[in-house]
Design a binder for this molecule. Structure first.
Ligand code: ZN
Length: 359
């Protein structure tokens, strides 16, 4: 496993520090219940949707640090997805993210936790732990990711998650990925002299078809029972499974060809999707690309393969053969034609250009 867990104890916090930490834990737990009410009311099963409704409320009412408010929303959706009638009366550890709501600081060999607490306050507290934990904390290959703050037998603990970061490999080739609607992912592998070693498409057909079906089912179901939840979860699962499969395929190829993996910057992808035909409109603002990218990054990281993001400017309007300007054929969207008369598959062309930008 590439994650390790470490129990650190907050060492003799003063009364003032204890009060602040108690308040953080108390408000965090209240915030989850408050968010859960909103999530239940709207039937939210996606964090991003409920976030818009909960974030301000949690920030204003419980004065939580930004990331902790986000996390309370996430927790509420998780609880709701497991049991939509849950009132959630348990007290749970506060979820913290490194450099967002807490930080481990090494001050001349002594370790401290800096924890953000409600009302824009913070606590610095020395930590107590053994030799074993120290070895991990001082190993540069382990990066601090998250922590859970909780009380046990009248003592406060931070459970720290460290992630092992595989040293990055020296790569020989470059794998460029073009994300789109007709083809969900098109990727091409180029060597250092820009020879194309491999190119492949993964079609969006399967996903689109299933989504349409679930959309219709959902409408029918909503009419009869008023519950949208089951089919929404199914739809998300299909998307997740497909993204997992695509990520596996891409990272396994990159492993085989010893490739650096190159993406377009996602902000720009979103922009491109919105100005298009009805299909594009239907799928606009899709978080699926974001998820796919996270999966690929995660898998690439485990194999020590570097991932790079490039500005996608002109990658779809330039001919990958002669570098002349060109355009997508108007009657057949998946073809690209340049001023010199090269006719190419539009998605392959873009993925080759994306790889070229990073060589
Ligand atoms: Zn050309």
């Amino acid at each position: 496993m590439h994650l390790t867990l470490h129990h650190l104890k907050l060492y003799k916090p003063t009364k003032t520090k204890l009060n602040k930490i108690e308040l953080l834990s108390k408000n965090w737990n209240k915030a989850i219940r408050s968010a859960l009410k909103i999530v239940k009311h709207w039937g939210f099963t996606a964090y991003t949707k409920s976030h818009k409704q909960t974030y301000r409320v949690l920030r204003n009412n419980y004065k939580l640090p930004s990331q902790v408010a986000n996390e309370a929303n996430r927790k509420a959706v998780e609880v709701y997805k497991v049991n939509e009638n849950s009132n959630f009366n348990r007290i749970v550890p506060v979820r913290l993210v490194h450099k967002k709501s807490f930080e481990i600081i090494n001050n001349e060999g002594k370790y401290f936790a800096k924890i953000l607490t409600p009302n824009k306050d913070k606590v610095y507290c020395p930590l107590s732990f053994g030799e074993y934990q120290l070895n991990y904390l001082e190993d540069d290959n382990y990066k601090i990711k998250t922590a859970q703050l909780y009380k046990s037998n009248n003592e406060w603990y931070l459970d720290l998650t460290l992630e092992y970061e595989q040293p990055k490999r020296d790569t020989d080739t470059t794998l460029g990925i073009d994300l789109g609607i007709i083809n969900l992912a098109t990727f091409s592998i180029l060597d250092e002299d820009q020879n194309i070693l491999h190119t492949e498409h993964i079609s969006g057909e399967q996903l689109r078809f299933k989504r349409m079906r679930y959309k219709q089912k959902r409408k029918a179901k909503a009419r009869s029972s008023g519950s949208l939840k089951t089919s929404l979860i199914k739809e998300n699962q299909i998307c997740k499974q497909l993204n997992w499969k695509i990520a596996n395929r891409i990272v396994n190829l990159a492993d085989k060809y010893n490739s650096k993996i190159v993406f377009e910057d996602l902000k720009n992808i979103r922009k491109n999707i919105t100005n298009g035909n009805t299909l594009n409109n239907y799928e606009k603002n899709n978080w699926a690309f974001y998820q796919l990218k996270q999966f690929i990054k995660h898998k690439a990281n485990l194999k020590g393969l570097p991932v790079e993001e490039i500005n996608p400017k002109n990658t779809s309007q330039t001919c990958s053969v002669c570098d002349q300007k060109g355009f997508r054929s108007e009657y057949k969207q998946d073809f690209f034609k340049c001023a010199n008369g090269h006719i190419l598959n539009a998605d392959s062309n873009a993925s080759i250009n994306i790889a070229k930008k990073a060589i």
